[in-house]
Ligand binder design. Sequence first.
Ligand SMILES: *Cc1c(COP(=O)(O)O)cnc(C)c1O
Length: 418
Amino acid sequence: MMPKKKFPIWHPFTQHALQGEITSGDGAYLYTADGRRIIDAISSWWVVTHGHCHPQIVSAIQEQAGKLNQIIFAGYTHDPAEEVAEMLLKVGPRGLDHVFFSDSGSTSVEVALKMALGYWRNIGERRTSIVVLQHSYHGDTIGAMSVGARGVFNAAYRPLLFDVISIPFPAKGRERETLNALYAAFQDEFPAVLVVEPLILGAGGMLIYPAWVLREMKRICESFGVLFIADEVMTGWGRTGTLFACEQADITPDIACYSKRLTGGALPLAVTLCRAEIFEAHYSKDRVRTFFHSSSYTANPLACAAAKANLDLWQDQESCKRVTTVAAMQEHAIEPFRADARFENVRRTGTITALDLKASDGGYLASIGPKLQAFFRDRNLLLRPLGNTIYVMPPYCVAAADLDEIYGAIRAAADAVT
Ligand SMILES: *Cc1c(COP(=O)(O)O)cnc(C)c1O
């Protein structure tokens, strides 16, 4: 191996003193160049579903690689994309009729916003304002950043971001404030769309809110004729206990975004699903009304083959049962922390747990964050706290013994790091 001197690769969200090299992955484990086995407690940034290098997904990619790697998706189609779209419309929220492919969570949100504004323009209604939830995260492209929380992540790019109306996060006991703020936001503007992460705000700190609030927000949107975008990039595919988080509120969004876990974590792919009216508003002989969005690799066949294999795995009842099992295992593991005075806000939704280590300074850049990360790395655990918020989001194949190790380390960290 060549010694690494400069930093030819500019890593995301990384200060370059911190580096690790991984050579292979298998199930819930990652293996390093120097022979260590690491438990992946965050599913490699939330994307891995049934485990690293799942044999069915690997062979689907291999098989597709020998057939068709890439084809322009404007005016052409292929089997893997057709199959994925068909399956998505079957398992996704009832009432969504069209699938638009892109390649990351951020672009799926950009597509959703463009669909929504394009819809209003094409039907001739002047509706332009966008309402969002405080502390949201929707990605790192300019539009996705604009609808996300303002803060250290995007302070430098402020001049590029467009204005949105932000309503307070529905914190426990203050849910009505959120709903009232939503009413107010819809009254004095030309409301076009509400964008939300359903049930849990991920990068904003694993903040959980109840399904009834989600349902109410949707109902208020309906009464004002405002489009509802569910960004299920983080929540999709079992994470909150149901296949999609919106199921728990019994709602169908007008537009839904899915990306993380869509290919089981093997390749980048995203989809934006929408209602028929939104597609139809763009369907015309008048080419001005075309939906003007694409990227070179839209619906890449290899990524679609991986997604198809992943969707096949979800057809198996075992996968759904596994989500319930992991949720129960997670509850069992987090339960003792509720009585542990060193932690607060101990919480769980579905297969995700989170807890805040009491620290003198909070927030994403809290000095405790990197210390915790280093502590876990030394114990061969991939955990990446958001400031003083530690969360566990394992692949669904995680073993009880792995969770024991993870939570044992969290317990040890509280004394070692504070
Ligand atoms: C991660 C995430 C995104 C962005 O996805 P990328 O694939 O990283 O672009 C968007 N929305 C939510 C809720 C996310 O968690």
